[in-house]
Write a protein that binds this ligand. Structure first.
Ligand code: ACO
Length: 317
């Protein structure tokens, strides 16, 4: 298909929040979070917006790609935790890095980065785009309900980015949406409208953990099988899998159902938690910079989240 990855970058804010720190905020423990989720610590932003973090990841991806911001023809961003509904994170990143190309966001929650990547790939396939920046940037700490122990222990802040260009290394992709607001949602406030007929809810991530868990495992398994089939390979032939970093038990169960050793899955949720749309590009960037990758390696990426949505893509390195 239409693209290759020229460079990747990631950024997380400096401040670390440990499970012990969290146990002073809500009734939880390091033991519960480690066993049930797998997170040990996460980074939280005190003063950087999602767009500011996104710009830092973007700079690193541009450096890795060996190009400058003025060479970009397109920026596609993904986020659920921007400071504003508009301007988009992509537009603010454009200003911050000094680019001048069209820039917009897609919203598909934790699957957002892979939806954004596929969108950018379609633009590249249409022609006329030499370099595109795709990024996921999240300041989830801004919208988490810090009194709800079932969600606040999961999430973290950060950003990740790819620079892509025309190429032949994007072997397969699959996007899935199952419209629902009952399992996972982030409702907005009503402003000061006198014409609002529903009960107002404060902004917060609302999630049925077990329903999300079941959806996640089912979709990782079926989405990875689908992209393998599209590319004419089997999931066992994937060299690495970069999954959305939501819960170690989700990754473990999916790996067992697919018959793929867990060692092939990139896991860093113990250090970063769930950074929603930033989680796949942050993890991919760690893999890309680890020195482990060999030319020709097959790398699958998969994600799931609000929408409900899920996605998977296959790259040849
Ligand atoms: N510390 C201690 N106890 C807790 C905590 C906590 N942080 N959170 C919940 N519990 C308690 C519950 O109150 C419950 O207690 P009870 O039995 O006395 O009622 C018990 O632990 C079990 O609760 P469950 O909700 O059944 O716990 P579960 O094992 O399902 O773990 C979790 C919850 C971690 C949320 C899990 O369901 C999960 O990871 N789900 C998937 C979430 C996900 O992947 N989200 C990604 C998408 S996010 C997006 O798109 C923005």
């Amino acid at each position: 298909m239409s693209i290759q990855i020229l460079g990747t970058g990631a950024y997380v804010p400096e401040r670390i929040l440990t499970n012990d720190d969290l146990s002073r905020l809500v009734d939880t423990s390091d033991e519960w979070i480690t066993q049930r989720v797998g997170v040990k610590e996460r980074h939280v932003s005190f003063d950087e917006s999602a767009a500011e973090m996104g710009a830092k990841a973007a700079q690193r991806a541009l450096e890795a790609a060996g190009i400058t911001a003025d060479q970009l023809d397109l920026i596609v961003g993904a986020t659920v935790s921007a400071d504003a509904v508009c301007p988009s994170v992509a537009a603010l990143v454009q200003r911050e890095i000094g680019a001048s190309c069209p820039a917009f966001d897609v919203n598909s929650a934790c699957s957002g980065f892979l939806f954004a990547l596929d969108t950018a790939a379609a633009f590249v396939a249409r022609g006329g785009i030499r370099y595109a920046l795709v990024l996921g940037a999240e300041r989830l700490s801004r919208i988490v309900d810090w009194t709800d122990r079932s969600t606040c222990v999961i999430f973290g802040d950060g950003s990740g980015a790819f620079v892509i260009s025309p190429g032949e290394n994007y072997l397969a992709s699959h996007l899935h949406t199952q419209g629902s607001d009952s399992v996972l949602s982030i409702p907005l406030g009503k402003g000061n409208s006198p014409f609002y007929g529903k009960e107002e809810q404060p902004i917060a991530i609302r999630m049925s953990g077990q329903e999300t868990f079941k959806f996640a495992v089912k979709q990782i398994v079926s989405d990875l099988k689908l992209i393998a089939e599209q590319a004419g390979v089997t999931p066992e032939q994937f060299d690495y899998i970069v999954p959305h970093q939501a819960n170690l038990r989700i990754i473990d169960l999916a790996a067992r159902r697919l018959g793929i050793p867990i060692e092939k899955f990139v896991v860093n949720l113990d250090r970063f938690g769930n950074t929603s749309s930033a989680s796949v590009p942050i993890s991919f960037d760690e893999l890309a910079r680890s020195g482990k990758l060999k030319k020709g390696d097959l790398i699958a990426m998969c994600a799931f989240g609000g929408g409900l949505s899920s996605a998977a893509s296959l790259i040849r390195w």
